[in-house]
Ligand binder design. Structure first.
Ligand code: HEC
Length: 491
């Protein structure tokens, strides 16, 4: 076990005799979600962090070797329930590790404002004071308590409106009719969670679902199922070979590619190529071994085969801006990997972040007729478009928070949002409705919107994660939460 994992913030705060939650639990207890620092303060903190902390904790707070990351699930689960004063005290009293106590309380407080900001807690109108004990009534929560909203902060300079701008795009018409239970499973089977549906050149529909549950580990069932164009079951395969099918791609040879997002120490964390009969032709990555180098993957989300046979994999499901303790404590990968048609590593790009070419959960992949690669950068609430060598072309926000994406022969882009919610915390994307947005991969204009039938921020995810459209324009939405595939037919 790494050293930093064994020292919990709570235990240190107790040893150091700083304010504990018990002391702080007075009627005046506030949440750090209420906007308890200012953006200007976080900016000052950023500069101080850079010169005093980055060499050990990393410029992006990502941690290093045995040094704790200062953001995402590790940090938030460590500090959950502690107070902001505890955090200031921890920084002031023990950091920088080699010269503790060398920073003023004002500087330490500014750095804490920066840490809060980087962990997704909103800025407000008043600075966090640096007097001793300040912040002892402010609790750190990983998710915003219900009803808590930050006071309107002074508007930051809006990001350049990337074709469509940032105002929620919910109002396009819905020219589709809904069909449930179109795919008929074999007798005795029921649908598990699914994020993968695609079609082959014979007009057949391929689905990978998670063995009637949301995980195939230990299941005797086949997760990969083939149906005809009318939804009748044809055959299945894959039992014992796939743990958690997350992405699917069918190439021009009608081979079925699956990105397996989980790992049980024996299999998983790989991309598999099957022929139509379920024979494995290629295994990319090392089965059961998570990694971030040229030979391994960690939680690969999606796979796409370019017309020339080059293979693209979007790798890394962890490390969302705000994650829950249920997620892996490491940040995981955040990259697109390009391999040649034989599976040899060619290049990769991307790292955690929200700048151009950086990702937070590159969740889906699609390619338009011009060969541009669309990456659904889910926790950044945007699609990023690249050339096939990773050169950044554009970022689009108008298709909302992408879980699934697909581009058909006519450059119609289909994007499913299964997560956006109004409640601050994970997937905070106020005003945006979940559902499928349909538009043009050429112009970026959204022309249709199919709202998800569940519109409840208490449900972490709902509606389609995987999306595909058949040649007639019918849309198939593969749903994790509802454990269903819904077909939407143009009216
Ligand atoms: C010389 C390397 C080094 C420098 C510089 C450094 N740290 Fe650390 N930091 C560590 C190590 C190692 C740990 C884990 C061991 C421990 O808990 O003391 C740690 C732990 C922490 C923790 C607790 C992590 C958690 O999740 O509970 C915080 C917070 C922290 N550092 C903040 C800072 C800040 C802010 C700065 C800059 C003012 C800073 N550190 C500078 C090495 C460093």
């Amino acid at each position: 076990m790494l050293r930093w994992l064994s020292i919990s913030a709570g235990c240190l705060a107790a040893i150091m005799g700083t304010t504990t939650l018990l002391h702080a639990q007075s009627s005046a207890l506030r949440s750090a979600w209420e906007g308890v620092y200012t953006a200007a303060q976080a900016d000052r903190g950023k500069a101080s962090y850079s010169s005093n902390c980055a060499r050990c904790h990393g410029e992006g707070l990502e941690g290093r070797d045995e040094i704790a990351p200062l953001k995402d699930s590790h940090f938030m689960s460590n500090w959950e329930g502690q107070t902001v004063a505890d955090l200031v005290q921890r920084v002031r009293g023990t950091m920088p590790l080699d010269r503790p106590g060398s920073l003023s309380s004002a500087t330490s407080t500014d750095i804490v404002a920066y840490l809060l900001q980087q962990n997704g807690l909103p800025a407000g109108n008043a600075e966090l004071p640096s007097d001793s004990g300040a912040g002892s009534n402010i609790r750190i929560d990983s998710l915003a308590p219900p009803g808590v909203t930050a006071p309107a902060a002074p508007p930051a300079a809006p990001p350049a409106p990337a074709q469509g701008g940032l105002a929620p795009v919910n109002s396009a018409p819905n020219p589709y009719g809904r069909v449930d239970n179109f795919l008929k499973l074999p007798a005795g089977r029921h649908m598990g969670s699914t994020s993968t549906v695609a079609g082959d050149s014979h007009g057949n529909i391929w689905l990978a679902e998670r063995c009637g549950e949301n995980d195939c580990n230990g299941s005797p069932l086949d997760p990969v199922l083939e149906f005809d164009a009318k939804g009748n079951f044809i055959k299945s395969f894959g039992a014992g070979q796939i743990l958690f099918p997350h992405g699917i791609w069918i190439d021009k040879n009608d081979h079925i590619w699956i990105a397996d997002n989980h790992n049980n120490g024996k299999i998983g964390d790989v991309v598999l190529e099957f022929d139509q009969n379920g024979k494995i032709l290629k295994t990319l990555g090392k089965p059961g071994i998570a990694g971030s180098d040229a030979q391994t993957f960690h939680e690969p989300n999606a796979v796409l085969i370019a017309p020339n046979g080059d293979i693209f994999v979007s790798d890394g499901h962890g490390g969302d801006t705000i994650t829950t303790a249920a997620h892996s404590p490491t940040m995981g990968n955040s990259r697109v990997v390009k391999l040649d048609p034989d599976g040899k590593f060619l290049m990769q790009w991307g790292s955690h972040g929200s700048g151009p070419g950086e990702f937070q959960t590159p969740h889906c992949l699609a390619m338009d007729s011009a060969g541009r690669l669309f990456v659904g950068d889910r926790s950044n609430n945007r699609i990023q478009i690249f050339d096939q060598n990773g050169k950044f072309i554009a970022a689009w926000s108008q298709f909302s928070r992408p879980s699934g994406c697909y581009i058909d022969k006519n450059d119609v882009l289909y994007v499913s949002d299964s997560e956006s919610r109004d409640r601050p915390g994970y997937a905070y994307h106020p005003g945006w409705k979940r559902g499928v947005r349909v538009g043009s991969a050429k112009t970026g204009v959204v022309t249709a919107f199919i709202p998800d039938e569940i519109d409840d921020p208490a449900v972490g995810a709902s509606g389609g994660e995987g999306v595909w459209a058949d040649p007639s324009g019918a849309i198939y939405n593969a749903e994790v939460y509802q454990k269903a595939v819904v077909r939407y037919v143009p009216k």
